[in-house]
Write a protein that binds this ligand. Structure first.
Ligand code: NAP
Length: 324
């Protein structure tokens, strides 16, 4: 008998069709009523879950007695209570690698957008303010040749650093849990403590996973360590930064600007950030290109399919639960 797969966020028709070869697939449909109610009703029969952007732990999964695997269509897995998954023996998979380059592109777009004030000056132009040659009030600052500070030189951090080093002749500084000698050689990257990096870098780029160790990694103290001319770029997770302190730092000129893709609470609504011309705010689009989203979907399907058919999936986050 076919196992049952339940989607916990919107998945495409193509994804559902691929899964239907091997599984009964249930995709809650807003046209049929309350999505949460449909999800909870189907949960006891689900062997596998697939989706993104939803907190899953004891409270949500207690009724999922048959659950074997959760396949997240994301690389970050801070939404899942791993201790609970391990206690229950539920496998968790994610989609690393396939989104690295697209997310790095977006990180660099934020660096460029902040430095050259692209969104702000686009709005200014369209509002009809361009009546003479621009002056210092519209000037930005250079990116090439500046110091790029990467907090978390993992897959995406290294891809951003490559863009900075080889595309823009930037000096790369990094901080992290471990020394990365191969990347030091490839990129000329230099290891710093977090405090040293904050004090030196022109662009501080956050690319760490959200964990107890990284929650509010950047608060008032850290923002004060940054140069008033520096920019903070966050493409990691919102709670890595104390958002209220960031707003204050942007208002007071403690730092020059911020490029943000992620927020403490998403979707971002009614935020003081909306009133700040030196905050470039994007709606969590790091991996949001058609090509990359398709690659992520395929990777998540492969992981789910492999695991439910009894083989070890490629991207197992918690290998300790795998009994294969
Ligand atoms: P990764 O390859 O695992 O890299 C994460 C890096 O963070 C590692 O180098 C790790 O250092 C470092 N790190 C972990 N804890 C740290 C700490 N306390 N202080 C400093 N560095 C620390 O992951 P990735 O694929 O690059 O993705 C990174 C994160 O980006 C994801 O977890 C996700 O939250 C976020 N992300 C966001 C988007 C978006 O749409 N905005 C898209 C994709 C990913 P070690 O190697 O030394 O352990």
């Amino acid at each position: 008998m076919k196992k049952t797969v339940l989607a916990f966020s919107r998945i495409t028709q193509a994804m559902a069709e691929r899964l239907q070869h091997d599984f009964n697939v249930i995709v809650p449909n807003p046209k049929l009523g309350d999505i949460a109610a449909q999800f909870n009703e189907a949960l006891p029969e689900a062997h596998g879950l697939i989706g993104v952007g939803r907190k899953l732990g004891r409270a949500q999964l207690e009724g999922a007695g048959k659950l074997e695997v959760v396949s997240s269509v994301s690389v970050g897995y801070d939404n899942y209570d791993l201790d609970y998954f391990n206690e229950r023996g539920i496998a968790l998979t994610n989609t690393p690698d396939v989104l690295t380059e697209s997310t790095a592109d977006l990180g660099f777009a934020l660096i460029m957008g902040c430095a050259r004030r692209t969104a702000e000056l686009d709005a200014w132009t369209k509002a009809g303010h361009w009546q003479a040659t621009v002056g210092p009030a519209q000037f930005g600052c250079d990116v090439h040749g500046k110091k790029l500070g990467i907090v978390g030189l993992g897959n995406i951090g290294a891809a951003i650093a490559r863009r900075g080093r080889f595309g823009f002749n930037m000096q790369v500084l990094y901080t992290g849990n471990n020394r990365k000698t191969a990347l030091e050689q490839e990129l000329g990257a230099q290891l710093r403590s977090l405090d040293e990096l904050l004090a030196e870098a022109d662009f501080v780029c956050l690319v760490v996973p959200l964990s107890d160790a990284t929650r509010k990694l950047i608060g008032a103290r850290e923002l004060k360590l940054m140069k008033p001319s520096a920019f903070l770029i966050n493409i990691a997770r919102g709670p890595v930064v104390d958002e209220a302190e960031l707003v204050e730092a942007l208002q007071n000129g403690t730092i020059r600007g911020a490029g943000l893709d992620v927020y403490e609470k998403e979707p971002l609504a009614d935020s003081p950030l909306f009133k700040l011309p030196n905050a470039l705010t994007l709606p969590h689009i790091g991996s949001a290109t058609a090509e990359t989203r398709e690659a992520m979907a395929n990777r998540a399907i492969d992981n789910l399919r492999t695991a439910l058919l009894g083989e070890r999936p490629q991207d197992l986050v918690n290998p300790q639960v795998w009994k294969g």
